[in-house]
Design a protein around this ligand. Structure first.
Ligand SMILES: [Zn+2]
Ligand SMILES: [Zn+2]
Ligand SMILES: [Zn+2]
Ligand SMILES: [Zn+2]
Ligand SMILES: [Zn+2]
Ligand SMILES: [Zn+2]
Ligand SMILES: [Zn+2]
Length: 1814
């Protein structure tokens, strides 16, 4: 139950996290689970071990005779053994004898234990007999009975570290009350405002605890009557016999556990357990500590043991987890030696030696077994309340005549000495016994409090984490309201805690008995916070009923607490440094951190006091005494006298700028807090009874807070700049939201208390005195020292501000009658007056109460409107218009920047609304009676003097003596005064109103000749040019003066009746006249504004023109591409284009889009036309491996391509090579220069981690900073025109059959030629008689040839460079320009990239043409043109060889070795390869030839038709298998041809393929299956030949698209007609395709194949509710290790695998490198690039390779439209589909790498994170 709050607190200087041996993350192992699993195995183990068992029985002395018992078989044996125990008299003796006999044997192999074996043995030898002895019948049966009826209503699930816990903000008594996932999901709180948190381990589920929940304490699982729980508790009480047995057994068992765990002898056992000869068998045992780092320990072990790193690591991990481990076994002497070695080595590395002990093997075995026995008990107790009670009774039993504490207290007191593993088990024992029984929980708590002091002291000097200290249990008891009450009343727990604090803190006391934390140990102080936290727990629920005893005890505790505050009052004094800067900044964090820790505790104490009148008065008296005691001890007794305006103040001589001062005044502030509560409850009237007025010296009370405020002012005036940064930080926290409630706010209240008790004039004199401003107001200072006047000016501003706060800030219950809600509303309004804000930003700026609540949700909708977020960013709240009037420019919680921002925003807003810019204060709420005197400060003589002096200086234009801010404050004060008078006049008749601000302000201040009153000064002020901005405000005040004057006159005339209605009318009059004036003024202003705007616009457009002019070159590129795109469009729309022009293949091929390509280099800004013979232009590009299209995710990928053959692509597209580009063009030469410069640059700064890998050619695009790793050369398109007459002529003779014939002839000719040289791999034709024509080697040339294109050297060089990059990246091999696989990779990346783009367009629902992004368009164009040109840089014989292999798939009579069947290849890759390689057939020895355009047209056409037919067959065989469920009467032509074609296929497969699939369905399947291929082909041919596509392809329409595709690609719409047309030629091919053994084996169901259309990949589906994911994560078990350690589950968003990341258990050795689970998964799943969801932290992680990665916001939003990385806020989260879609596109667009690079570039943080181990 009850999660510790401590971790939620701010801790200054977060601890070094490092890889310390620490256990924070490691939860306790759950014995429950292990027990259960043991039991599970038992059934099976029993039979298997029957033989062993018998043998053991024999060894046992043969007691009980033969196993011929009634229950049958081996099951009898434990029972028999149990029986014979029974006969012996003393259970304890028998028990111990048994243990002595077996334990050392079972646990003998400590170094390398066979855990399962150990467990089995323990079960058989010890636990079985014990259970039989206890139950006297089959324990399994018995336990099952108990389980069915005896479960507790408390859930009691103990949390492991990392588990998610839930708390209900509506119903939980306090935020420490939590539910486990199961209970939460089944509770009513699921629909409330809940919070999710991650447990640090320890603590347990509060389900069932009625004290923890206001409503719904039980989930449906634990509700009485629920299936799994008891019907009625009474029914399932244990029977007497069983109870008796338990009572007999438990004490011995428990005693053994306690004895062994606290056993300190290293070499000896207790005599009873010593049965056998002592062997010389020892272990050297290493213990865990928090001092040494992982690496230290590994290092020391390696040295001391002389072992491998791996072994040392293993030991270290185990030590970290369990707390201790045997690292060596052997005789005593050698273990002792090892011990010394380890100590020596560890001391060398870190001063402090490791804790090592040499333990005897038997001692080790018994200690181990004692813990195992503990787990066993633990499990047993979960079955029955009676067991628990018996256990508790024994634990608590004190031996009558002994001083020794009871057993449980012994364990507690020993806790800090135990190792981690032991502690965990003991704490669990406490959880499952005491904490499940309310009555015993109380008794335990009493014991706990009894030993509270020593326990805390032990904890503080211990170095283990709090989560594994017994002291961490305090939260489980102290937060239970009834228990807390009881502990206060009976155990005086508040005093116990505070006294503990007083005892542990003295080491920080200085000579004045004040704390001083200079040079404190952060860790130790952090441990002290735990005690402070306990104080918070005990106070967290206010009592509703007060007994006398409670009152007494509480007051006693409060008094004791005041003693702590006394030590803090005035601690860490500072003195202004003059002349020299301080040398070292003093530590300030500790003191401030304690203030933060105490903030809510102080508030809670005040709240508790306010529960009861007498208590409050009593506490006030105590506190007052304490303050006075601290105040009178002040050093100086000297007095000064100050006189001004006839008032005289006598005060102590003290100057903040000279004498010591402290900002820590918790006593004064507590008193202020109690004072407002006195005022609120009204008992202030009785104050005199407790604090006589002669003792109530208010000047003294407010003295210290006032000094503190003066200090803040002086710091602002830079008077303390030589005191360094530490002071600045303190002042910051003093006013920060984390501290201000108990610091700054209370100081202001204290001044208000002062003002309400003192004479206002004296009060102001005191203020002037302390601000050291008396002289500044008395005389005009010399102007020489500018710094000094500036200083004075700031001080005056600061003082005026504080005066504004004293009279104006009344939003405190008690100061006025406001509610908490109103206060929160006001805070929010002022935050939103600055700007619209996100929910979390508002929450962060509001103070949290002890329940971590800000009250924000209750009121936010009253004052603000929520604006939803877009695909990025977050939702914000905007202030409602009607709340704008609440804006107070001098809101006391504004920082300086917030103040000016808010002022600016509000003025702007008013301007936009065409209103004046006056921002007067809103009317403040009325002071409550106790504070009503404060307003007198406003109209007292000194105030008037101050205001007048400042105004006078402004009017007299003494510019150095005043500032605009000062005037603003004066105006604000005037407004406050006038508002006050107006309010009073409106409420009471004039003569009763004594507040005469108007009167005072219109009086002359002096008799001087040119003296002016305030009103006159204001009039004059209007003409001061520097105050132009304040004019509206001055006018507003003058109007107010008028209003008040009228009110006074009216009310004196019309007497009482008219006061209310009269004031209304005057108001009306006044507003009318002013309205008119305002109107005219507004009009004038609007006109001026319009003219101004015009002027600005003109300036802007001139600027813009200039900008475009100068940056023209930059724009050129993009505009040009756009322009081209447009021209394409235009061409489309011109009707002149005849139909034939929209065909890309065959004789009717349309003309290419021809344009002169002039590009601008982004580096040198020069233009150049792209031409074959010129220097190369290149396009920046990024090549990456990709699994974006895979149909077989998780397939093992070859990580290095040394042996890969990339000619054929698997039909599952499991891994391809993608080429992308950002579309930016450079000269090849410019790029090379740029790249070299970067290399040079990086060499110079060796140590700066580069985000890109220069070795692998990576660089950032110079323009857009995308990550690139190569460049694509831009190859100009050869303009092609086909003479239609020639085409017709060729068409007559060149049929498909003929074409095939001449191709074959050509191939055979080559092979004959080559045969002379090399023999292998020569293709041969199996069937020669395939046509009527006889062709010879040169026939192919007769259909037209032309010379090959001649590329410039520069282009050639770039062709080689890019091709080599594709090869290197795609295959992950070292670059090799001569590798024969280079052309294959070129074709492959071309085909794959087109497939990716096609897939993406389909996914996004965009048309095939015209919708590509510019970068995609230019990238694809360059890639296809490159792929066509690459051939020329490779040997033609090589290309031919590849071509023949490709063709061999289609033309099976072209027999080649290892040709795959048509089912085993991707047809589009074949098409691309064949088309691009085909020109190599035209190669002649002497002349470099390529096919003419006409020849190419036919080559393309026939290749395409052949591949298409193969693909149709492929689709039919694989995808048209299932009969449709729906019926259709479609008798279309397609259906008929499909059916008849299918019959043919049936024949060829010798009946393997024969399904009764109707023709229309076949057609449907083929059409759907082939569309992606056709779309890819259209893209490919379009980008190769640049023939415009039909309009239908520029639109999205399924039907139109198919027809258009067929027409563009010269296909009949009924694709089966292709077969009919070429039947003679194709049928033999078809026959052989189908007869391939691989195909037949597939048809027989032996293999599986890809289906078409291929499925489109999506990111895994995520649940709507994030807690479902957390649920999944909580059930996640690491596949490699069985322990219950905390895991970091990561969900692969590609495939949905859950991985165990950042853990050594799941590291994988890949190519000799240790890779984390995610990194190694990414290599397989995403070819190195992957996307994960870090579930516990709700963050997306993108990674690439082993070195790079970044975080990305998860696609989950809370109801305020914000993400919650780290689940820090814990609000319910829901899936945002748009954002998830964005992630999906990031993946499919292959932009993950780019995103990573961008994120690293913008964050500029050199990531210390080791991505490799993720
Ligand atoms: Zn639960
Ligand atoms: Zn429950
Ligand atoms: Zn609830
Ligand atoms: Zn250039
Ligand atoms: Zn770029
Ligand atoms: Zn995956
Ligand atoms: Zn693991």
């Amino acid at each position: 139950m009850r999660r510790s709050l401590a971790h939620a607190q701010w801790q200054p200087g977060a601890r070094t996290v490092g890889r310390r041996i620490r256990t924070l993350q490691l939860g306790p192992s759950a014995p429950a689970t292990s027990f259960r699993s043991a039991r599970w195995q038992r059934g099976g183990a029993r039979l298997a071990l029957a033989a062993v068992s018998v043998a053991l029985k024999m060894a046992d002395g043969g007691s009980g005779g033969a196993g011929s018992g009634a229950s049958g078989g081996v099951l009898v044996q434990p029972r028999e053994r149990a029986m014979c125990w029974d006969e012996r008299v003393d259970f304890q003796a028998a028990f111990l004898r048994k243990l002595a006999k077996y334990v050392p044997n079972i646990y003998s192999a400590e170094m390398d234990p066979l855990l399962e074996k150990q467990e089995e043995m323990a079960q058989i030898k010890i636990f079985d007999p014990l259970e039989w002895y206890l139950f006297r019948e089959d324990p399994d049966v018995c336990l099952e009975k108990l389980r069915q009826c005896g479960a507790s209503q408390l859930c009691g699930k103990v949390f492991k570290g990392g588990e998610t816990t839930y708390s209900c903000r509506d119903c939980a008594i306090d935020p420490t009350c939590v539910l486990c996932m199961d209970c939460f999901q089944n509770s009513i709180h699921k629909n409330h405002r809940y919070k999710m948190h991650t447990s640090t381990g320890g603590g347990f589920c509060d389900c069932g605890d009625t004290e923890a929940w206001k409503t719904g304490p039980l989930c449906t699982n634990h509700e009485p009557g629920a299936a799994s729980t008891t019907k009625a508790n009474s029914e399932c009480q244990l029977n007497e016999e069983l109870m008796a047995q338990a009572k007999k057994m438990f004490p011995s068992i428990l005693k053994y556990i306690v004895d062994m765990t606290i056993w300190e002898e290293e070499k000896e056992l207790p005599p009873v357990l010593m049965t056998r000869e002592k062997t010389d068998h020892y272990y050297c045992v290493l213990f865990n500590d928090e001092h040494h780092s992982y690496d230290h320990v590994i290092y020391s072990l390696q040295r001391a043991l002389g072992c491998e790193v791996g072994e040392a690591q293993l030991h270290t991990t185990a030590i970290d987890k369990e707390g201790r481990r045997a690292v060596k076994e052997g005789p005593y002497v050698s273990c002792q030696e090892t011990k010394e070695e380890i100590k020596r080595h560890s001391e060398n590395v870190s001063q402090q030696p490791l804790h090592v002990e040499v333990l005897h093997a038997d001692v080790m075995a018994h200690q181990k077994f004692a813990l195992r026995l503990g787990s066993w008990l633990n499990k047993l107790m979960s079955y029955s309340s009676d067991f628990r009670q018996i256990f508790c009774q024994i634990c608590l039993k004190e031996e009558a005549d002994s001083e020794k504490p009871c057993l449980i207290s012994m364990l507690m007191l020993w806790d800090a000495k135990l190792h981690k593993g032991a502690r965990k088990i003991l704490h669990e024992l406490i959880f499952s016994s005491f904490f499940m029984e309310m009555e015993y929980k109380k008794l335990f708590a009493i014991e706990f409090v009894k030993y509270y002091k020593p326990l805390q002291k032990e904890y503080i000097s211990d170095d283990h984490d709090r989560s594994i200290s017994v002291t961490a249990l305090s939260v489980q008891m102290f937060t239970v309201p009834t228990l807390a009450r009881h502990l206060i009343e009976e155990q005086n727990v508040i005093t116990v805690i505070t006294e503990t604090l007083l005892e542990v803190l003295p080491e920080y006391l200085d000579k004045n008995d004040k704390f001083n934390f200079q040079g404190y140990s952060q860790d130790k102080l952090g441990r002290v916070y735990a005690v402070i936290c306990d104080l918070k727990y005990i106070l967290i629920t206010k009592p509703t009923v007060w007994t006398d005893r409670l009152r007494v005890r509480f007051l006693e505790g409060f008094r004791s607490f005041l003693r702590i505050l006394t030590c803090m009052q005035g601690m860490e004094e500072i003195q202004r440094q003059i002349g020299q800067h301080i040398e070292v900044d003093p530590d300030w964090e500790a003191a401030i951190a304690i203030q933060m820790q105490l903030k809510n505790i102080l508030l809670m104490f005040q709240e508790w006091c306010a529960c009861d009148e007498d208590l409050l008065l009593e506490a006030y008296k105590e506190c007052h005494t304490a303050v006075m005691r601290c105040s009178t001890s002040s050093r100086s007794r000297e007095k000064t006298v100050l006189q001004l305006c006839g008032h005289t103040l006598e005060s102590k001589r003290y100057r903040v700028s000279v004498d010591p001062v402290s900002i820590h005044l918790p006593l004064s502030r507590t008193l202020a807090g109690l004072h407002v509560r006195l005022s609120k409850t009204g008992v202030i009237s009785r104050l005199q009874e407790f604090v006589p007025s002669e003792q109530f010296q208010v000047e003294l009370l407010m003295e210290y807070p006032l000094r503190c405020l003066v200090l803040v002012a002086q710091v602002a005036a830079e008077m303390w700049r030589r005191n360094g940064l530490s002071l600045i930080s303190q002042v910051f926290y003093y006013q920060d939201v984390k501290c201000r409630e108990e610091m700054y706010d209370k100081d202001i209240i204290m001044l208000q208390i002062g003002a309400s008790f003192m004479d206002p004039n004296l009060f102001l004199l005191l203020i002037l005195q302390r601000y050291e401003l008396v002289s500044a107001f008395k005389k005009i200072m010399p102007t020489k020292d500018q710094d000094l006047t500036k200083q004075y000016n700031i001080l005056i501003e600061e003082m005026l501000q504080v005066l504004i706060y004293v009279v104006g800030e009344r939003y405190v219950p008690g100061v006025s009658s406001v509610t908490k809600e109103e206060i929160t509303m006001r805070e929010i309004i002022h935050l939103l007056c600055i700007e619209p804000m996100a929910h979390s930003a508002i929450a962060k700026s509001l103070p949290e109460n002890e329940n971590n609540e800000t009250g924000l949700e209750k009121v936010i909708n009253k004052v603000a409107v929520f604006k939803k977020p877009g695909v990025s960013g977050h939702g914000v709240y905007e202030l409602k218009d009607e709340c704008m009037k609440e804006f107070n420019m001098f809101f006391y919680h504004y920082t300086k920047t917030q103040h000016s921002k808010a002022e600016h925003t509000q003025k702007k807003r008013r301007k936009q609304e065409n209103r004046d810019e006056a921002l007067p204060p809103p009317p403040p709420p009325e002071f409550s009676p106790a504070f009503s005197n404060v307003v007198k400060v406003l109209n007292c003589d000194i105030m008037m003097y101050i205001l007048r002096t400042i105004l006078q200086r402004a009017v007299q234009l003494e510019t150095h003596l005043w500032t605009e801010a000062m005037i603003q404050m004066v105006l604000h004060l005037l407004s406050l005064g006038l508002l006050e008078e107006k309010q009073q006049l409106e409420k009471a008749p004039e003569e009763e109103v004594t507040f005469d601000f108007y009167h005072k302000a219109s009086r002359m201040g002096s008799s001087a000749l040119n003296a002016l009153n305030i009103l006159m000064l204001l009039e004059k002020l209007k003409s001061v040019p520097q105050l132009e901005a304040q004019k509206d405000m001055i006018n507003w005040i003058l109007q107010m003066f008028d209003t008040v004057k009228r009110l006074r006159e009216k009310s004196s005339l019309v007497a009482t009746a008219a006061t209310t209605s009269g004031s209304e009318t005057t108001k009306g009059d006044e507003t009318q006249s002013t309205q008119e004036k305002e109107k005219a003024e507004r009009k004038r202003k609007a006109e001026a504004a319009r003219l101004h705007r015009q002027k600005i616009m003109a300036q802007m457009s001139a600027l813009q023109r200039n900008f475009i002019e100068t940056h023209k070159l930059l724009y050129e590129n993009t505009q040009e591409t756009q322009g081209r795109e447009d021209s394409v469009m235009e061409e489309e729309s011109i009707p002149l284009a005849i139909d034939s022009s929209k065909i890309v293949l065959g004789s009717k091929r349309g003309p290419s889009i021809t344009e002169k390509e002039v590009l601008t280099c982004i580096l040198c800004q020069e233009e150049q036309e792209v031409r074959l013979e010129s220097a190369a232009m290149v396009l920046s590009a990024c090549v990456q491996k990709s699994t974006a299209l895979t149909q077989h995710r998780g397939k093992t990928l070859e990580l290095s391509g040394d042996t890969l053959e990339p000619l054929f692509m698997d039909p599952d597209l499991s891994c391809g090579t993608h080429t992308g580009s950002c579309g930016h063009v450079m000269h090849a030469a410019c790029w090379q220069k740029y790249f070299e410069a970067m290399q040079l640059n990086s060499q110079q700064r060796l140590h700066v981690e580069q985000i890109f890998d220069l070795e692998n050619g990576e660089y950032l695009c110079p323009l857009c900073k995308s990550l690139c790793n190569t460049v694509i050369p831009i190859i100009p398109l050869q303009t092609q025109k086909i003479n239609s007459e020639d085409a017709e002529a060729v068409a007559q003779i060149l049929s498909l059959a003929r074409w095939l014939e001449i191709v074959k002839a050509r191939i055979l000719g080559y092979s004959a030629k080559n045969a002379k040289g090399e023999k292998q791999n020569a293709p041969c034709l199996i069937n020669k008689g395939m046509g009527d024509f006889t062709s010879e080697f040169h026939s192919i040339l007769s259909f037209g040839v032309q010379p090959s294109a001649k590329y410039s050297n520069s282009i050639k060089e770039m062709l080689v460079l890019f091709a080599t990059t594709v090869y290197r990246v795609g295959l992950k091999v070292a670059p090799n320009e001569a590798d024969p696989r280079i052309p294959m990779m070129t074709w492959s990346t071309c085909a794959f990239t087109i497939q990716c783009i096609e897939n993406l367009l389909e996914d996004e629902g965009k048309p095939l043409f015209g919708s590509l992004q510019n970068r995609q368009h230019s990238g694809l164009k360059a890639l296809v043109q490159f792929a066509a040109a690459q051939r020329t840089t490779s040997p033609q014989s090589l290309i031919q060889k590849h071509l023949v292999r490709l063709l061999a798939v289609l033309l099976p009579n072209l027999k080649m070795e290892d040709t795959p069947s048509i089912l085993d290849v991707d047809m589009f890759h074949i098409l691309v390869g064949a088309v691009l390689a085909f020109p190599s057939l035209y190669w002649e020895d002497t002349v470099d030839l390529q096919p003419s355009f006409i020849s190419s047209a036919y080559n393309h056409l026939y290749l395409f038709h052949l591949v298409t037919m193969a693909h149709i067959t492929q689709i039919l065989l694989t995808s048209a298998t299932e009969s449709p469920t729906a019926q259709s009467q479609d008798n279309s032509e397609e259906a008929h041809t499909a059916e008849s074609f299918c019959r043919e296929v049936c024949q060829y497969t010798s009946g393997c393929f024969s399904r009764d699939v109707p023709g229309w369905h076949l057609w449907d399947c083929v059409k759907k299956g082939i569309t992606p291929y056709l779309r890819c082909a259209a893209l490919f041919f379009h980008y190769m030949l640049r023939v415009s596509p039909p309009e239908d392809l520029l639109l999205v329409s399924e039907e139109g698209e198919f027809k258009a595709l067929c027409s563009y690609l010269s296909l009949p719409t009924n694709l089966f007609l292709l077969f009919e047309e070429y039947w003679g030629t194709v049928s033999p091919l078809l026959q052989r395709w189908c007869a391939d053994p691989a195909v037949l084996s597939f048809l027989k169901g032996k293999n599986i194949s890809v289906r078409y259309p291929r499925k489109r990949n999506n990111l895994v589906e995520l649940p709507e509710d994030y807690s479902c994911l957390l649920n999944q994560a909580s059930q996640f078990r690491c596949p490699r290790s069985s322990d219950d350690e905390r895991k970091h589950p990561m969900l692969c968003l590609f495939c949905g695998t859950m991985l165990c990341s950042q853990n050594t258990c799941c590291q994988e050795l890949v190519n000799g490198e240790e890779l984390g689970a995610c990194t190694s998964h990414a290599l397989q799943c995403g070819a190195g690039v992957c996307m994960f969801l870090k579930i516990r932290e709700c963050k997306v992680v993108l990674i690439e390779g082993k070195t790079r990665g970044c975080l990305y916001p998860a696609p989950y939003l809370d109801e305020y439209g914000e993400t919650d990385p780290g689940l820090k806020r814990g609000n319910p989260l829901h899936l945002c589909h748009e954002r998830y879609r964005k992630l999906h596109l990031l993946w499919q667009q292959h932009c993950i790498i780019e995103e990573i690079a961008r994120s690293q570039e913008t964050n500029q943080i050199v990531f210390g994170f080791n991505w490799q181990l993720l």
